[in-house]
Design a protein around this ligand. Structure first.
Ligand SMILES: Cc1ncc(COP(=O)(O)O)c(C=O)c1O
Length: 375
C-alpha cells in the first residue's frame, strides 16, 4: 500500500482507494490526519523559524507556550517540562533524572512492559526476546509482575525508580486495578523511590481523560509523554517538578542535552493538538461513549474479550491465524487495524479520537463480517 495522502479518519493509496484508519499510526495521530489547525500551525511556524539553537539558550515561543499549557493541565508537582524527540528519549531522560535525584541505580519495571528501543529503555523492557541480542544492557534493572500487590515488596530503599505504564500496551492493552497503582505510589513514597509514569501511549486523551493519571488519581514523580502529543509530528517530553529538573542543570553542567528536542515546528504541532483537545471539550468527553459503542457493536462470537480503556482497545480472538487474517483482509476492504508487539492473538483498535459514532458502527460491522468470512 503506497500512500497518496491522508485526511481526517482516512488514508488514501496511490490508486485512489480509501482506508478507514483504526490505528492512528499506533496511537500517534490524535486528531486524525492533516488536521487543518495542525497544518496551519506547522506552516506558520516553519515560515517564522525552524531550528535556531540547541536547547534553552533562547526563548522560543512554541516551546514555552506548549510547556505552559501542559503544566496548566497537570497536577501542581509536575510543573517543569523537558521536551525531546520521541518516547524512548523521554524514558532515557526520566531514568537519568531519577538516578540523579536518588543517588541510586536500581530500576524496577514490569514483565511485558514496552518503554522504547534505545539501550536504557530496552534495559527495562519486560520481554527478554527483544533484549538478548543487544546485551550488555544497563545492570541493576529488575522486572516484577504487573498488577501484583505481593511483588511490590521488591521495591526498597535501594531502588532509584519504578517505571510503569498505567495501561500496558504491548500485551494488547492490560488495565491494572486502581488499588494496585495507588499501592505502587504509596510504596514508592515510603521508600523515597521516583515513580515514573510512561504515558507515551495513554496520554493526550486516549483513555477518556487528558492523562491516565487522572483516571487512576495517582500522581507520579516524573511523567513521560510522546506519540499522540505531536498530532503526527515527532516529539516527546518528560515532566517533573522544577526543583527536580534543576538537578539536571549542574554537576556536570548541561547534564542532559538534545539538539533537536523542543523543535519549534513540532512544538507548534503539539500546541495546536493540545489546544484543540482542551478547548474543544467534546473530543475527550465523547471517548467513553465511543468505547462503549465499540464494545457493544463488536459482538461476534469469535471475540473472546475486549481489553483496554477509551480508544485503546484490544480485541482478543485467542487465535493468531485468525488475527493475522483479519488485519490483512481488512486492508482489502479498506479498514486498517493492526497487531500488538507481545501478543499475536489480539487485534489493535486505537483510532484517531475524532472517529464518529457512524464510523465506529460501520467499522464494527465490517470486523464482524470479516470474522464470519474468515473463521
Ligand atoms: C508505552 C510506550 N512507551 C514508549 C514507547 C516508545 O516511544 P517511541 O517509539 O516514540 O520511542 C512506546 C512506543 O510504542 C510506547 O507505546
Amino acid at each position: 500500500m503506497e500512500i497518496s495522502h491522508a485526511e481526517g479518519m482516512y488514508i488514501y493509496d496511490v490508486n485512489g482507494k480509501s482506508y478507514l484508519d483504526l490505528v492512528a499510526g499506533v496511537s500517534a495521530c490524535t486528531l486524525g490526519h492533516s488536521h487543518p489547525k495542525i497544518v496551519e500551525s506547522v506552516q506558520q511556524q516553519i515560515q517564522k523559524y525552524a531550528h535556531v539553537m540547541v536547547y534553552g539558550e533562547y526563548v522560543q515561543s512554541p516551546q514555552y507556550r506548549l510547556s505552559k499549557l501542559l503544566v496548566d493541565h497537570l497536577p501542581e508537582s509536575l510543573d517543569c517540562t523537558y521536551i525531546v524527540n520521541s518516547g524512548t528519549e523521554a524514558i532515557e531522560g526520566a531514568m537519568k533524572l531519577a538516578k540523579r535525584l536518588t543517588g541510586r541505580k536500581k530500576i524496577i519495571s514490569f514483565n511485558n512492559s514496552y518503554h522504547g528501543s534505545t539501550h536504557g529503555a530496552l534495559s527495562i523492557m519486560g520481554k527478554e526476546t527483544y533484549k538478548t541480542k543487544s546485551r550488555p544492557l544497563l545492570d541493576d534493572c529488575h522486572l516484577i509482575d504487573y498488577n501484583s500487590i505481593e511483588q511490590l515488596s521488591a521495591i526498597d530503599t535501594t531502588t532509584a525508580a519504578v517505571v510503569v505504564e498505567p495501561i500496558q500496551g504491548a500485551t494488547g492493552f492490560t488495565v491494572p486495578s486502581t488499588d494496585w497503582l495507588k499501592r505502587l505510589r504509596e510504596v514508592c513514597t515510603e521508600n523515597g523511590v521516583m515513580l515514573i509514569f510512561d504515558e507515551i501511549q495513554t496520554g493526550f486523551g486516549r483513555t477518556g481523560k487528558l492523562f491516565a493519571l487522572e483516571t487512576f488519581s495517582v500522581t507520579p514523580d516524573i511523567l513521560c509523554i510522546a506519540k499522540g502529543m505531536g498530532g503526527g509530528m515527532p516529539i516527546g517530553c518528560f515532566i517533573s517538578s522544577k526543583a527536580h529538573m534543576d538537578k539536571l542543570k549542574e554537576n556536570p553542567k548541561l547534564g542532559h542535552i538534545t539538539t533537536f528536542g523542543g523543535h519549534p515546528v513540532c512544538c507548534a504541532a503539539s500546541l495546536a493538538t493540545l489546544t484543540e483537545l482542551t478547548e474543544n471539550e467534546s473530543i475527550i468527553s465523547s471517548i467513553s461513549k465511543k468505547e462503549q459503542l465499540f464494545r457493544t457493536h463488536l459482538n461476534h462470537p469469535k471475540i473472546k474479550e475486549i481489553r483496554g480503556k477509551g480508544l485503546m482497545l484490544g480485541i482478543e480472538l485467542g487465535d493468531a491465524d485468525l488475527c493475522q487474517k483479519v488485519v490483512e483482509k481488512g486492508y482489502e476492504v479498506g479498514l486498517i487495524t493492526f497487531f500488538f508487539l507481545f501478543t499475536d492473538t489480539a487485534v489493535r483498535i486505537s483510532p484517531p479520537l475524532i472517529i464518529s459514532e457512524e464510523e465506529i458502527i460501520e467499522a464494527c460491522k465490517n470486523i464482524n463480517t470479516l470474522l464470519t468470512e474468515l473463521s
